[in-house]
Design a protein around this ligand. Structure first.
Ligand code: ADP
Ligand code: ZN
Length: 616
């Protein structure tokens, strides 16, 4: 049988394994069980695809891949075909005759990998097929993708996964590999127990995604901020914009489209056929921006998503990390950008308060929200905080907004105390609470109608904070609400009130530190992001190289369309960029380029050379 390294090179065209891939592949090729925890984009597929090929060559038969995402199977099988690997899928999208044809190929030993949905795998009909293979010693491996689906502690519990334990009970000699990108200790233990993986070796990778740059900006005029971000740093790139509500999705997609950006909406309220069409375009075409609720993204393995933007804050760090993790699976630079403001804090707190859940559950939700708020308010390395949340120690990363442009920090404690005493005094004077805008007007000494109406110019703190800008006070208030030192009454027009936590700030026991850039955002030049409009993959290319890259992309789009596959299945951007840089003139020039395996070289080598020659 070929060595894993030669399969990696010859079939997939890659030079070396990433991270723990080599260890995992060796272990599974040798017939061991494995539980693999690797972040999105870490390269989990090769961990079972290479053992599948190696074990097939050694006459162990077929690998069955259990995958919950029917929509993905077609593209995964297509990608294997492009690499010259015999694969097929069985799911509800096939007609009866098509399914029979796949079963025949299965029994004839023509397949290396078979993808199947979990509910299909555990049917008597399918198990009978497996029995026949097992009797001939032709069941090489079970790969269970998205293994967290077996656990109700994971975020995507699927009861069908529970039935997969039958695979081990029925075929104890067949090795298994279970893979997931999301599993805390509780979920991991559950996976082991439910799938009977007690004997499996566990491979736990770091959850860091070093190529993703984290940025959190103060929310002012979010639509304009988003538009600038895309225009200035991601022109022509594929990206995902997450919004909380369907309405906001629609408005944002429309706004971007009106500005000439190829943006499409996606949310659960859209007709299923429109959703599917939009998702297909996102996967298949270059440079589409998907504006979506969190209904979008599960199982989207498009590798060249260059940015994920949050117009509204998610509920917790798990959600944030999962959503941002959809950027940059190909390992090239990508950005996670979020606009964050007082309203996000108020909304998220209110959603917890108003949820019908029990108090214990709400307490857990509040704790999780607090951790995300601390990340958003942080003036130090964001990545360090993210990884710490997942139990990993790390050093400042050098690739987040705070590392790249360490924010000037100003002490907002004095302003905070003035705001808190104002909240106290107006409540005493008028017997009711007031909202943020009015309270800030009092502190700044502004003679508004409302101030006159309630006689609030007589409050002793009227005008004591005249030197602060509204932006500064707003930042202070946001942090006070974020840390719980001020409460918001959602039932009463978002009026503010003091809490237990106010005391420490009032007594000067707790400092309120704010980033300068938040209070003076306009004066600071953007410190990060690409300056040219060149896509990330092509960033280092000369002008001629850019022309070749563009020509190669156009060629790739044609091929992808005629094969009914996403462009990245033909070649990744990084591979096209490497070709554009190398300006090859012969097939042998193409050989060393990452992402060109033997099959693709044979199928596309000549065409690529011609495109390069014509582009000059
Ligand atoms: P995951 O399933 O862990 O999110 P994938 O298996 O989809 O990740 O891999 C992410 C991307 O990285 C894919 O496009 C894959 O082709 C690429 N990749 C994986 N392993 C390697 C490697 N050793 N060298 C180069 N590229 C790799
Ligand atoms: Zn950092």
């Amino acid at each position: 049988m070929s060595s894993p390294a030669s399969i990696l090179h010859d079939v997939f065209g890659y030079e070396r394994f990433r991270g723990s891939q080599a260890d995992i592949v060796d272990h599974v090729c040798a017939g061991g069980d494995a539980l693999v925890l690797m972040p999105t984009g870490g390269g989990k597929s090769l961990c079972y695809q290479i053992p599948a090929i190696a074990r097939q060559q050694a006459d162990h038969g077929i690998t069955v891949v259990v995958s919950p995402l029917i929509a993905l199977m077609h593209d995964q099988v297509g990608a294997l075909h492009e690499a010259g690997v015999e694969a097929a899928f069985l799911n509800s999208s096939l007609s009866f005759d098509e399914a029979i044809a796949v079963e025949k190929r299965l029994q004839r030993g023509e397949l290396t990998l078979l993808y199947a949905a979990p509910e299909r795998v555990t049917t008597p009909r399918f198990l009978a097929q497996l029995d026949a293979l097992a009797q001939r010693g032709q069941l090489a491996l079970f790969a269970i993708d998205e293994a967290h689906c077996v656990s109700q502690w994971g975020h995507d519990f699927r009861p069908e996964y529970r039935a997969l334990a039958v695979l081990h009970e029925r075929y104890p000699a067949v090795p298994r590999i279970a893979l997931t990108a999301t599993a805390d200790a509780l979920t991991r233990a559950d996976i082991v127990e439910r799938l009977q993986l007690q004997e499996a070796r566990q491979f736990v990778s770091s959850f860091d995604r070093p190529n993703i740059r984290y940025r959190i900006v103060e929310k002012k005029d979010p639509s304009t901020q988003l538009l600038r971000f895309i225009e200035q740093e991601h022109e022509g790139d594929a990206g995902v914009v997450y919004c909380q509500s369907r309405k906001r999705v629609e408005e944002t997609a429309e706004m971007l489209a009106g500005q000439g950006i190829q943006a499409l909406p996606y949310h659960a309220g859209l007709d299923a056929s429109i959703r599917q069409a939009n998702q297909d375009r996102f996967l298949r075409e270059d440079g589409i921006v998907m504006v979506a609720t969190i209904a979008f993204g599960m199982g989207i393995d498009k590798p060249d998503v260059r940015f994920v933007a949050h117009l509204d804050m998610p509920k917790n760090i798990e959600g944030y990390y999962q959503e941002t993790g959809r950027a940059g699976r190909d390992g090239l630079p990508a950005q996670a950008w979020m606009a964050y403001g007082l309203q996000d804090v108020v909304n998220q707190r209110r959603m917890i308060d108003e949820s019908p859940a029990g108090d214990d559950f709400k307490q857990v939700m509040r704790g999780k929200l607090d951790a995300l708020l601390a990340l958003a308010e942080a003036t130090d390395c964001r990545r360090q905080r993210l990884l710490a949340y997942f139990g990993e120690d790390s050093r400042p990363c050098g690739n987040c907004d705070n590392c790249l442009a360490p924010p000037q920090v100003w002490d907002g404690t004095d302003a905070a105390r003035k705001l808190l005493s104002t909240i106290y005094r107006v409540q005493q004077k008028s017997g009711i609470g007031f909202g943020a805008g009015h309270l800030m007007d009092i502190v700044r000494g502004r003679q508004t109608d409302k101030v006159a109406q309630f006689g609030h110019e007589q409050v002793s703190t009227f005008g004591v904070g005249a030197s602060y800008s509204e932006a500064q006070l707003r930042g202070v208030l946001r942090q006070l609400v974020a840390t719980g030192a001020v409460g918001v009454d959602a039932q009463a027009f978002n009026t503010l009130h003091l809490t237990e936590g106010s005391r420490a700030v009032l007594k000067g026991e707790q400092q309120v530190l704010l980033r300068e850039s938040i209070s003076q955002p306009a004066s600071r030049k953007r410190a990060s992001g690409r300056t040219s409009a060149a896509p990330a993959a092509a960033a280092g290319l000369t002008a001629d190289g850019q022309a070749r890259f563009a020509a190669l992309k156009a060629w790739r789009a044609d091929v992808a369309r005629s094969h009914n596959l996403p462009a990245y299945v033909i070649f990744h951007d990084a591979t096209l960029a490497a070709i554009a840089a190398a300006a090859p003139s012969s097939v042998s020039d193409l050989e060393g380029i990452s992402g060109i395996g033997a099959r693709k070289l044979e199928a596309y080598g000549e065409a690529v050379l011609q495109v390069v020659a014509e582009a000059g």
